[in-house]
Design a protein around this ligand. Sequence first.
Ligand SMILES: [Zn+2]
Length: 61
Amino acid sequence: MCGSRSVRRLLVDVHLRSGKVVRGVEADVCPKCGERYYDLDAVAKIEKAWTKRSSPRRVAR
Ligand SMILES: [Zn+2]
């Protein structure tokens, strides 16, 4: 965190460790150091994608 206050609100792609990509997440991006700050909505969106299973299991009958 460089303390810059000239962050820009951008839509970014968040790459999760699982390899999944969450697209179109709003983040405040610092033009100086490139650090991203996510607001609550963005975090919720990321967490939702994180916990959501890419291939939902269904019990075949
Ligand atoms: Zn910064």
